[in-house]
Design a protein around this ligand. Structure first.
Ligand SMILES: CSC[C@@H](O)[C@@H](O)C(=O)COP(=O)(O)O
Length: 351
């Protein structure tokens, strides 16, 4: 991965984020030192992608309480909960946000016997751990995905479940980076992914700059490349996997899954276990973010639909588990029956 394209850096008590809204034209890093500014970076998608949102929120929580004055432990715990609840309102669909915040809150709760200064330090270390673990998780997902793939295959991906969406490697892109290390050559097709263009501005950028063979297509070309036999497997990321395997991911993923089923192409979901939400029984319970309609009616500030026309902009859709060939986690590959096999995979995991 190009060193200039690291999405999250923690340095000198500052969260440094690569502004993903100006890629691929500009590589701009900004430093964040408050929970409010981190909330805003998540909301406007300067940082985006489920794991990256979780990591950023964890640092945001620490930044939000690190200057809390006084030594009153109950007051400090209250501040942690308040900051966590606030950061949780930044975006609704990626469960990693809530998972990371809950993990941070637990550290404060379970160590309430320590001094405020000590708990602050533990919170910082927990955010750093969440950040570091994400890289290991993604590498393991990549290794597991590689067992399902062969050198020379054509792969299709949607949105950006890449290194930019995570600490490193990405989830859906992890096997692509690992294959490159091994001298394998995949031919990757990246859906452009309207309305925010994560596929062309982010996935194509990071794969292309890593020397991986990537071809951008507009979303409405996925069917034709499949019909031409160019795609051997689809690999996508996820924002939340329900207990029965139904998977929320970037808008358009549902359509890609239907196409893959039609053409008999395996459809793999790359899923870190923190993205699996055992408290949501099925896809109908996953909150779907609806973003401003201007994302649909304009592109880079240029109006592309009649002013005043209605537009609908759900940011995610849910792929039913029937369309999924396998959910590939860092702990192993899960096939149907998903409900049973996901529960088995996560047995004993507390959070
Ligand atoms: C490893 S990232 C997985 C998902 O978060 C990704 O595919 C996606 O849908 C990102 O949506 P975004 O709206 O860009 O945050």
């Amino acid at each position: 991965m190009n060193k200039h394209l690291i999405s999250i850096i923690w340095e000198d008590e500052k969260l440094i984020l690569l502004d993903q809204t100006v890629l691929p034209n500009e590589v701009k890093y900004e430093a964040y030192t408050t929970a409010e500014s981190v909330w805003d970076a998540i909301r406007v998608m300067k940082v985006r992608g489920a794991p990256a949102i979780g990591v950023s929120a964890a640092y945001g929580l620490y930044l939000g309480v690190k200057n809390h004055g006084g030594t009153d432990r109950a007051g400090f715990l209250e501040a942690v909960k308040k900051t966590s609840a606030y950061l949780a309102t930044s975006r609704p669909t990626a469960v990693n946000l809530f998972w990371a915040l809950e993990r941070m809150e637990r550290v404060a709760e379970q160590n309430s016997g320590l001094t405020v200064v000590e708990v602050k330090d533990l919170l910082k270390r927990e955010a750093e751990a969440i950040h570091a673990e994400d890289e290991q998780i993604n590498r393991a997902i990549g290794e597991n995905l590689l067992t399902l793939l062969k050198d020379g295959m054509g792969l299709l991906t949607h949105c950006n479940a890449g290194a930019l969406a995570t600490a490193k490697y990405g989830t859906a892109t992890a096997p692509m980076y690992l294959a490159k290390e091994r001298g394998w050559n995949f031919k990757v097709y990246s859906d452009e992914t309207r309305p925010r263009l994560q596929g062309s501005t982010l996935t194509a950028l990071e794969l292309h700059s890593a020397g991986i063979d990537v071809t951008v297509i507009t979303d409405n070309m996925a069917a034709v490349v499949m019909s031409q036999g160019k795609i051997d497997a689809v690999i996508v990321g996820c924002d939340r996997v329900a207990a029965n395997g139904d998977t929320a991911n970037k808008i358009g993923t549902l359509g890609v899954s239907i196409l893959a089923k039609h053409y008999g192409i395996p459809f793999y979901v790359a899923a870190p276990t923190p993205t699996i939400d055992r408290n949501t029984p099925d896809g109908a319970g996953i909150p779907i973010e609806e973003r401003d309609s201007s994302e649909v009616t304009s592109l880079y500030g240029v109006q592309t639909a009649p002013p005043g026309v209605k537009a609908y902009n759900p940011a995610f859709d849910v792929t039913p588990h029937e369309n999924i060939t396998a959910i590939v986690t860092e702990k192993g590959i899960v096939h149907a029956p998903f409900e049973q096999n996901l529960a088995e995979l996560l047995k004993g995991q507390t959070i």
